[in-house]
Design a protein around this ligand. Structure first.
Ligand code: ADP
Length: 239
């Protein structure tokens, strides 16, 4: 059974069809990059998957269960986590405390298990040494890692990542992408990442690339194939 199935989803904003019949299937352990020009519907797609928006048409299935009408917090409890582009940690809590909060509220852990999950997540992203620092003191790159740890500590099956690469250096972007890919391969956590910065370099590391344009998926497949699709080249050349 597929982990996630998005079926013919339409999402309208007034007269605009931000998603115009999008279908998508994701397996466990798969790292999928969603690329496409600004305004093509990438963020709306993540919002429909995690329950920020209800689609006007179509369905979202998670582990075979129809979650289309479930609110975001209930989907989070089922294992759909989101790492946001601009992390907003509690600056006066320590790094560890910030992650513990995520583990308690989204992972449904009791306090002791939440601390264990948080420490483990911090080790994974290599922020463990900074666990007792105030989150407000972290660098930008460290904040992104904190956001990832927060999502990880909620024990997700599917990790949705907004453009978490923005503002990072090329080296930091590559490290972040490799970290997410390792998560997928070692832990079986599926990840869907929106990619705009260093699009080709990042997308090439994904198991699969989904290309969006004007609310449609215009190409999909292994990176080499999807990125070299004539329609994709046309869209990116702005023809
Ligand atoms: P992307 O993430 O690919 O840049 P978005 O999903 O953010 O694209 O946006 C797709 C389209 O939907 C854009 O035209 C955008 O202006 C529009 N849109 C997104 N969110 C809203 C909203 N809350 N209200 C109205 N229009 C929106």
């Amino acid at each position: 059974m597929k982990l996630l199935v998005v079926e013919n989803v339409v999402k309208k904003f007034g007269g605009l069809r931000a998603l115009d019949g999008v279908s998508l299937e994701i397996d466990r352990g798969e790292f999928v990059a969603v690329v496409g020009p600004n305004g093509s519907g990438k963020t709306t797609l993540l919002n429909v998957i995690n329950g920020v928006y209800k689609p006007d048409e179509g369905r979202v299935l998670f582990e075979g269960r129809d979650v289309t009408k479930l609110p975001a917090y209930k989907r989070a409890a089922l294992g759909i986590a989101r790492a946001f582009q601009v992390p907003r940690p509690f600056p006066d809590l320590t790094v560890l405390e910030n992650v513990v909060v995520g583990a308690i509220f989204n992972g449904g852990y009791d306090k002791r298990r939440a601390f264990e999950a948080a420490e483990e997540a911090l080790r994974y992203v290599k922020l463990y040494e900074k666990r007792n620092q105030l989150a407000g003191k972290l660098t930008f790159n460290e904040l992104r890692l904190l956001e990832l740890a927060r999502a990880l500590a909620s024990n997700p099956k599917l990790l949705l990542m907004d453009e978490v690469m923005a503002g990072l250096s090329p080296t930091e972007i590559d490290e972040m992408v490799r970290l997410v890919k390792r998560l997928a391969e070692e832990r079986g956590i599926a990840a869907i990442s929106l990619v705009e910065h260093r699009m080709r370099a990042v997308a090439q590391l994904a198991h699969r690339v989904v290309v969006m344009h004007q609310g449609h998926v215009i190409a999909e497949g292994p990176p080499e194939k999807a990125l070299n699709d004539p329609r994709v080249i046309e869209v990116y050349l702005g023809k």
